[in-house]
Design a protein around this ligand. Structure first.
Ligand SMILES: Cc1cc2nc3c(=O)[nH]c(=O)nc-3n(C[C@H](O)[C@H](O)[C@H](O)COP(=O)(O)OP(=O)(O)OC[C@H]3O[C@@H](n4cnc5c(N)ncnc54)[C@H](O)[C@@H]3O)c2cc1C
Ligand code: FES
Length: 380
């Protein structure tokens, strides 16, 4: 897969060599180009990319927030969200930390092709998964795999500020070699008695021995590591099944779920049962088409699929029900992941800032919050 240098993506000479503290606050509204400064290996399949604004500027965001990036890959624009893994206390740069997903177009392109000096377009920061919105004396951070990034940003922020919040950070990884940011978290724990880092690994092997906890996060482990968990504000991020299990475990333990906060990167796969649900939903959709609500034809020009979409349903929802897998995450018109080119037709779009006016003028739509008002052709 190749990256083109169209519309702001691609190489543009060497990165700036001298560091000049900036006064201005970066805003994607006036300048959405970010330049890669460095690429760092975190684990065998996770890399961190450090980005600087094209024009001198400082980033202002809350720890745990994310950005949406536009990637020009193989002649196509693909949108993906990435948490800012760095801390807002170091505002001259932002970092994203990306796990390579087998077969995934963007994560593999970032790992294989994105190099210092190359540019990206970005929108944000956005998201409300942040400790700043929920001040507390004690926190419990629970993460799985690459879901560590938002809580890492929170931990780095507390550390940089020399704050006294009591943080227990339990991270689940496949093996010791998969523990992202391990050295840094252990270093934080060494110098700050109020910060505890507890990794749990599923597998150990001869090349990756471990003396720590093994298996999955269970109630027994939680009671052992954070017996006072009911007193803590909880932040959870990880794969969907992990988050579902944690939520269930805390609710069953009588934890006050008003103090529970989670964020999904939405990385589940469509299971066989979900696929059959999708087929059932498609049948339901077909029967709904007979109902009085007007129905429009929506054609996806790349996959050459046409579905019926009732006027009171979003295109994304109808596509999901028809068993199609379109990129999406927030489903609220916020993150921009589902942004697509509308080739023809009209929609009623009720977004929450995930698309800019100039993109709307150029024919882009967010499928998660767009209902058809005519037959449509969408470039997907
Ligand atoms: C708010 C938000 C923040 C995010 N922050 C990060 C981050 O900090 N680091 C990061 O690596 N990713 C993050 N993601 C996921 C990221 O946006 C991409 O989905 C991911 O990099 C895969 O993109 P892709 O194009 O390679 O593959 P896709 O085509 O998007 O995904 C291919 C398949 O892999 C699954 N998948 C996606 N991400 C992962 C993952 N991390 N681990 C395992 N399976 C996955 C998808 O569900 C899908 O089934 C975030 C997503 C959201 C919505
Ligand atoms: S899925 Fe987030 S804007 Fe559509």
């Amino acid at each position: 897969m190749s990256a083109t240098a169209t519309d702001g993506a691609g190489t543009n000479g060497p990165p700036p060599s001298a560091f000049e503290p900036a006064e201005a606050i970066w805003t994607g509204e006036t300048d959405d180009i970010l330049i890669c400064q460095a690429v760092r290996d975190e684990t065998h399949d996770v890399k961190t990319f450090v980005l600087a604004p094209a024009e001198p500027g400082r980033f202002r965001y809350q720890p745990g927030q994310f950005m949406t990036y536009a990637f020009e890959i193989g002649g196509e624009t693909i949108y993906r969200c990435y948490t800012i893994s760095s801390a807002p206390t170091r505002p001259d740069r932002i970092a994203l930390t990306v796990k390579r997903v087998p077969g995934g177009p963007v994560s593999n392109w970032l790992h294989d092709s994105f190099k210092p000096g190359m540019r990206l377009r970005a929108a944000g920061p956005m998201g409300d998964f942040t400790s700043s919105a929920h001040p507390a004396a004690k926190y419990l951070f629970l993460s799985g795999g690459s879901g560590i990034t938002p809580v890492m940003s929170m931990a780095r922020t507390f550390h940089d500020l020399g704050r006294e919040e009591d943080v227990t950070f339990i991270h689940s990884a496949r093996s010791p070699a998969d523990i992202i940011f391990r050295e840094e978290l252990e270093a934080m724990a060494r110098v700050n008695p109020a910060f505890r880092f507890v990794p749990i690994v599923q597998n150990v092997g001869p090349l990756a021995p471990s003396t720590g906890l093994r298996g999955f996060l269970t109630r027994e482990i939680l009671d052992l590591v954070a017996p006072d968990f009911r007193e803590r504000e909880v932040f959870v991020c990880g794969p969907t099944p992990y988050m579902a299990a944690v939520r269930e475990m805390l609710a069953a333990a009588g934890y006050d779920m008003a103090r529970y906060h989670d964020e999904s990167f939405n990385f589940e796969t469509l299971s066989a049962s979900e696929q059959s649900e999708a087929v059932e939903a498609e049948e339901q959709l077909e029967s709904e088409a007979e109902a009085p609500v007007k129905t429009y034809k929506v054609e996806f020009s790349k996959t050459r699929r046409t579905i019926d979409v009732p006027a009171d349903m979003t295109v994304l929802e109808a596509a999901k029900r028809a068993g199609m897998r379109l990129p999406s995450s927030c489903s609220q018109g916020l993150c921009g992941t589902c942004k697509s080119k509308k080739v023809s037709g009209t929609v009623e779009m009720d977004h929450k800032g995930g698309i800019r006016q100039r993109e709307i003028d150029a024919g882009m739509v967010l499928l998660c919050c767009s209902k058809p008002t005519s037959d449509l052709v969408v470039e997907r």
